[in-house]
Design a protein around this ligand. Structure first.
Ligand SMILES: [Zn+2]
Length: 144
């Protein structure tokens, strides 16, 4: 049994050699596929035929792209795609992480400048205050 799995995994490794395999973009496609799969189950429970059809088409296309990217031998192109995806996704991910950190920070209150969108941090519990934006000088009124 051991040698069967060994043979299988080495055959798999030989097959995957020189191919793209799994990268961050493929993971994102896979996650998107699974999310759609859950939505698809909910939609079919609600009997929304058109929505179900659209989701089926999108899921099919995602599966095709996922398989095609996984087994692709054009590594330069796949890496460039993946890099573009990471460049797009990182700022979004970081913004979510920063928002979460601000929410967890009970010692400070955060205000967003309406003029330039700079986030200003002030100590919490000072009552009504006027903050001057350090970037553009805009006055922000708030309660901390
Ligand atoms: Zn400002």
């Amino acid at each position: 049994m051991h040698s069967f799995f060994y043979k299988l995994s080495s055959a798999m490794a030989r097959f995957m050699y020189g191919r793209n395999g799994t990268d961050q973009l493929n993971w994102a496609i896979l996650v998107m596929y699974l999310v759609l799969w859950v939505i698809r189950i909910l939609v079919s429970a609600l009997d929304v035929t058109v929505a179900a059809m659209i989701i089926d088409v999108i899921m099919f296309l995602l599966a095709v792209v996922l398989l095609w990217r996984t087994f692709s031998k054009n590594l330069a192109k796949r890496r460039a795609e993946n890099q573009r995806f990471i460049n797009w996704w990182w700022p979004i991910k970081n913004r979510f992480a920063a928002a979460k950190a601000r929410k967890a920070d009970k010692a400070h209150k955060y205000f967003t400048c309406k003029n330039c969108k700079t986030i200003c941090r002030v100590p919490a519990g000072k009552g009504k205050i006027v903050i001057t934006c350090p970037k553009c000088g805009h006055k922000i009124e708030g309660k901390s």
